[in-house]
Structures are given as C-alpha cells and as structure tokens.
Design a binder for this molecule. Structure first.
Ligand SMILES: [Ca+2]
Ligand SMILES: [Ca+2]
Ligand SMILES: [Ca+2]
Ligand SMILES: [Ca+2]
Length: 196
C-alpha cells in the first residue's frame, strides 16, 4: 500500500507553480512540435496542421482556416453557348446561369439554373422557362471531378450530358458542362468561388 501511494503522487501539483509561471508554460506547449504553440494551433496533435501551412489534399485542415481541402459551399455563374436544332435550322442561344455548388466529404452537389429570356419565343419553345443541370455521379476525391450531368427542362424533356469540376487552389472551382445530342449542342463553363 505504501508503494502505491507514493507512485500516485509522482509530481508536484502544477497549481503550486503560481499563475504567472503557468501562463508562460502553457503558451510554450507544442505537443506535435510543428513550431506553433498549442493555444495558436488548431490541432496540436497533428504536425501537418498549423496556421501558415499550405492546404493540401489530405483530408485535414492544414492551414487552420476551418476548411478541409476544397470542401464547402461555392457559387458563381455558368456561361453557356448552346445551339438547338429546330425544323432543320440551327438556333443559337447565349445563357448566363447562376450556380450553387457544394462539396462534402466524398461527395459533391450542384445546381446550374438557366432561365432564358421569357420574351424569346424560340428559347421558351426549345429550352423552356427553366433549365436545370444537376450531377448524376456524386462521388469525388482529390481536385478533379468528372461525371454525368442531368439536364431537365420545365418543358418536360430531360437529357444526360457530362460535366467536370476542377479546383483552382482550395477556394475556387471551374465547372464545365457538355451536351451533344441531335437536337441540342451545349457547352457551359464558369468559375465558382467559395461562399464564406
Ligand atoms: Ca503545435
Ligand atoms: Ca499542429
Ligand atoms: Ca488538407
Ligand atoms: Ca484549410
């Protein structure tokens, strides 16, 4: 029993060192030895995460800004050049489509919402009042995504095209969309920026 009691009290109580000494001591704690003290480090048990570090695609918040890799919400415009074929004639349109985009661990989602000029009868007939693009394939890893994209018109038609997303750093994404059918050629592209 005597031995156990002695081992149970291996060191002096830190409170005995006094308030000033304790503060100084805490600011110097750097458990992961990444050069950033515990009270400044977002994860003092991970030497690859500290303020001032460069973010990399490793599933960690390397630079301690609260964002892991390229995850988060993004928004921007999608510039579209599209040509519909109607009664043998090519009918071109230019569209500017607001886009919302989100990346979560392992998945992404987006919605490209195109609203052609309602006074353009050809656009209303061929594209519809609202044309929405959403991803069919949601899985993503690293800084590139390629997958199928569903085109849906309020006119009732839908089609499957393709898309790609490419991260520029961690705070911007370039989204491109393509559709190539006998009745509609579509090419869209836009830069999306992180929504803080
Ligand atoms: Ca540290
Ligand atoms: Ca750290
Ligand atoms: Ca990271
Ligand atoms: Ca980060």
């Amino acid at each position: 029993m005597l031995v156990l009691v002695v081992l149970g009290c291996p060191s002096p109580d830190p409170d005995d060192s006094g308030a000033q000494d304790t503060d100084t001591h805490e600011s110097e704690v750097d458990v992961d030895e990444d050069g950033v003290a515990a009270d400044e480090d977002c994860d003092d048990y991970d030497p690859d995460a500290y303020p001032g570090n460069t973010e990399s695609w490793d599933g960690r918040d390397n630079d301690c800004d609260g964002w892991v890799d390229g995850r988060g919400d993004f928004a921007g415009d999608h510039a579209v050049s599209t040509t519909a074929v109607y009664e043998g004639e090519d009918v071109p349109f230019l569209l500017d489509c607001p886009t919302e985009f989100a990346r979560n661990p392992g998945t992404l989602s987006f919605s490209v919402r195109c609203e052609p000029d309602q006074e353009d009868a050809d656009a209303m007939l061929l594209l519809g009042e609202v044309l929405t693009l959403t991803p069919i394939d949601n899985g993503v890893s690293g800084q590139e995504w390629v997958g199928e994209v569903l085109f849906q018109s309020t006119n009732g038609w839908s089609a499957t095209g393709s898309g790609a997303a490419s991260w520029v750093g961690m705070d911007q994404v370039v989204l491109t969309t393509v559709l190539d059918t006998v009745s509609l050629d579509w090419s869209g592209s836009g830069l999306l920026s992180r929504v803080e």
